[in-house]
Structures are given as C-alpha cells and as structure tokens.
Ligand binder design. Structure first.
Ligand code: PFF
Ligand code: NA
Length: 445
C-alpha cells in the first residue's frame, strides 16, 4: 500500500501547528516558567527556540520528507547500516512517556470542560478551586475516566484518518483559541496585582539561573515545538518532495512561541492577584484559570469555551505523538493502522493510569529525586530524550549528509541564511546541547 500523503501543504501546516500548539504552551509553559523563576527562564527559552529549536525543527522535517518513512525507517532509508536509527527508537520511547502523562493532563482539561457544561464551576466551589482540583487529581477513578476518554478520542482520530477533519477543525479552533487567549490576557493584566505577575514573567532575575533552569528552558523549547521525538519527522514524511519547508518551519516556531507568551500574560497576573504560588507545579493553570473565569463577565461561557479549545489543542498534539509509534509499527510489523492505534493507545493508557495514581494513592512514589511520577516521566522525556533526539537530528543533517544534500533536503539552497542555518546545525546546536547536558550532570560548572 502506498504511504499516506497530506492532501495539501495547508493540511501539513495545520497538522504541524496542531502538534506544536497544545498543553505545552499553556499548562507546561506556565508551570515550568513558574518553577524556574520567570523572566530569566523566559529569555533562555526564547533564545533556545530561535537559536536551536527552529533550525533543528527544519532539520527534523527535512529528514522525514527525504526519508519518506517513520522515525526509525527514515534514518534507515537515508543511512542504511548506520546506527542513526537508534535515535528513532529513542523517539518511540519518548512518545510513550509523553503521551502517558499528556493524556492524563488533557483528561483534567476535559473534566474542567464538563464542569463548565454542568455548571459546577460557574461559581467558586466552597473549598476553592485549589482544593477542588487537588480532590480531583488525587481521586482514583474520576481522572482515569477522563484520561480514558481523551485516549479514546486520540485513538479514534489516528485510526480513522479523520485527521483531515481535525485539520479542518483546527483551522477554526486554533485562531479562536488565539483570540480568546488575547482577550483573557487583556483582562488578566487589569487584575489587581497584575504588575507583579508581569514583572515575574518579563523581568529577568539572572541570579535565578542555574544549570537546572537552563536545562528546563531547553526541555520546554523542545517539548513545545514537538521537537526531537519524531512527530515532526513523521509529519514531514507525509509531505511530497515538492513542498518548501523553511517558511513553514519559521511560521510554526513563531506561532507556538507567541501562544506560550500570551498564555503567560494570562496566567502570571492571576497567579499574583489570587495569591497562588508561582511554583505550584503541574496544577498551576488548573487552579489559576477558573479563578479568572469566576471573576470576569460571562466567565462561565469563557471557561467552557476555553477548556473546550484547550482540549482540542491537546487532541491535535496527542495525535501527533501517537502517530510516531503507530507509523513505525505499521511499517515494521505490517500491522493495520487500526490495530496499531488501538494496541499502542491502550498501552499508553495504562502508563497514564500510573501517572494519574501518582497524584493519589501513589503520591509518595518519587522515581527521580523528589520528582513524582508525572514529573519523572516528563523529566526523562522532555529534558533528556528530546534534546538527545535533537542532537541526533542536528548531527545527522550536519555531518552524515553532505552540505549539498542538507541544503537541498531542507529547501535552503537558494536562501541567504543557508550557511547560518548549516552552522547552527553542524556546530552551535550540538555544542549547546552537549554543554547543557554536561553542566546539568555537574561535569562542568
Ligand atoms: N508540542 C506539544 C505541546 O506543546 O503541547 C506537545 C508535544 C507534541 C510534544 C508532540 C512532543 C511531541 F512530539
Ligand atoms: Na507547544
């Protein structure tokens, strides 16, 4: 059977943007920025997005489109008998780790959406949103239902190929989410105490930077851009060779970043206005946002709309994560798309069960240091495996390919910035990633 293809370049763009924009921009960006001191983290994150992220994203797309196969197959196709494909397996491992927790958090979002439908979040619950949220996630069964529902939706989209439907839908929903976020940002900066939140987000306090903050900023850049795992490689592989990559890449990178910054402008003023700790971790947006909605005019409708759109954004990201192993297993074991999606989705569901219980009965389980189950899986995937995947991508395009091959595969041959890009891919990105790793394991100060 011939491999599937995007119907148009727009289809590819929408799918790739749908992959990039998700919980990472709103949920993860806010809490990671909050835990890592705000302003200085933001600068590092922006630096990594533009200096490393976007150039490596172009490299990842190029490998996929050139290899015309899944994350393992593309490397094997382009460099048979070389070990590059091991990076592909790393990507598959990351996809399990990431979707395992992503789906749990998306389940929280769905549950919030439901609470805005049935009215229970229209007014502040007696216990407050914070305690109500803690009650939800520490519960054994409720979050598992919503996580399950989200996983079922993800599987359905991946197995039926109604991806086209999702692409069309994201054409409407993504701009709506953008407009809603901007409106919320405008409302949020008028909150009492907003100034302090904005200072937290935008005023760099360089004293807060240490190796942990640097690694967190790198991990966030990779996570948010869907970079280093093979999602973008797989999406690139459904693109015919005739489409041009650089402008699409830059567009995706900038849009993803703007979403994160605007989300930050929504969240941090509210964090200070409602006296929530910026370092609350994963619950941060779930306790902050409903507080904003409760105060603002038409807040119940805004909340309903917001959590609907957030869930859709999460869905369009989740399908790109599931697509990575599904594409691999389909090719490697000749599984049908249907069987592949269900089988892998179910395994990921059970991983998510572990994550979810990590907020309740297993809250004492800390696989890495004092990190709980979600944080540990996220740390390994986002801060280690994704940058390592990015390192492999950069080294492959920079060193395995000739200059000519690299430029032609990326459609950079005629662009003035081609050598800047190539310099980044060959030297700067790999060196930065390695240095950040060495620093974070304490080998260099
Ligand atoms: N980029 C997505 C987000 O910001 O929510 C998450 C994600 C998707 C991470 C795909 C990794 C990935 F391969
Ligand atoms: Na993102």
């Amino acid at each position: 059977m011939a491999r599937e293809k995007w119907a148009s370049k727009l289809g590819f763009m929408l799918a790739a943007m749908g992959s990039a924009v998700g919980l990472g921009n709103i949920w993860r960006f806010s809490y990671v920025a909050g835990e890592n001191g705000g302003g200085a983290f933001l600068i590092l994150y922006l630096g990594f997005v533009f200096l490393i992220g976007i150039p490596v994203l172009l490299a990842e797309f190029s490998i996929g489109r050139q290899g015309q196969s899944d994350v393992v197959g593309s490397y094997k196709e382009l460099a048979p008998n070389k070990p590059w494909y091991l990076a592909g397996f790393m990507g598959i491992a990351s996809s399990f780790l990431i979707l395992g927790f992503y789906s749990v958090v998306a389940g929280w979002s769905l549950y919030y959406f439901w609470n805005y439908i049935n009215g229970s979040f229209w007014t502040i619950p007696d216990a407050g949103y914070g305690a109500t949220f803690e009650g939800l996630i520490s519960n054994t069964t409720t979050p598992l239902f919503w996580h399950g529902l989200f996983m079922v939706l993800t599987i359905l989209v991946v197995l039926t190929g109604i991806k086209k439907g999702i692409e069309k839908a994201s054409k409407v929903f993504m701009p709506t989410l953008a407009v809603l976020l901007v409106l919320l940002a405008i409302y949020s900066v008028t909150l009492e105490g907003a100034g302090e939140g904005l200072r937290f987000l935008f005023q760099p306090n360089w004293a807060k930077i240490d190796s942990g903050v640097i690694l967190a900023a790198l991990g966030q850049a990779f996570f948010s851009l869907s970079l280093g795992m093979g999602a973008m490689m797989t999406y690139g592989s459904y693109l015919p060779k005739s489409e041009s990559l650089p402008s699409a890449t830059v567009g995706i990178g900038i849009m993803d970043t703007v979403f994160a910054i605007v989300a930050g402008i929504v969240i941090f003023p509210a964090v200070y206005a409602f006296d929530i700790s910026a370092s609350s971790g994963p619950p941060l947006v779930f306790i902050t946002l409903p507080g904003i909605f409760a105060q603002m005019p038409f807040g119940s409708i805004v909340g309903l709309l917001f959590f609907f759109l957030l869930s859709i954004a999460a869905l369009s990201s989740a399908i790109s994560i599931l697509e990575v192993p599904v594409a691999y297993f389909m090719r490697r074991f000749k599984w049908s798309r249907r069987f592949s999606s269900i089988f892998i989705g179910v395994i990921m569901y059970f991983l998510g069960v572990v994550v979810s219980l990590g907020f309740g009965v297993w809250s004492g389980v800390t696989p890495i240091g004092d990190l709980g189950i979600l944080d540990s899986m996220d740390y390994v995937a986002s801060n280690i495996l994704l940058p390592l995947g990015g390192l492999a991508i950069a080294l492959f395009v920079g060193w395995q390919w000739s200059v000519k091959e690299a430029l032609s595969a990326s459609d950079m041959t005629n662009l003035g910035v081609r050598y800047v890009w190539l310099g980044i891919i060959k030297f700067l990105a790999p060196i930065f990633i390695v240095l950040i790793f060495l620093q974070s394991i304490g080998i260099i100060g």
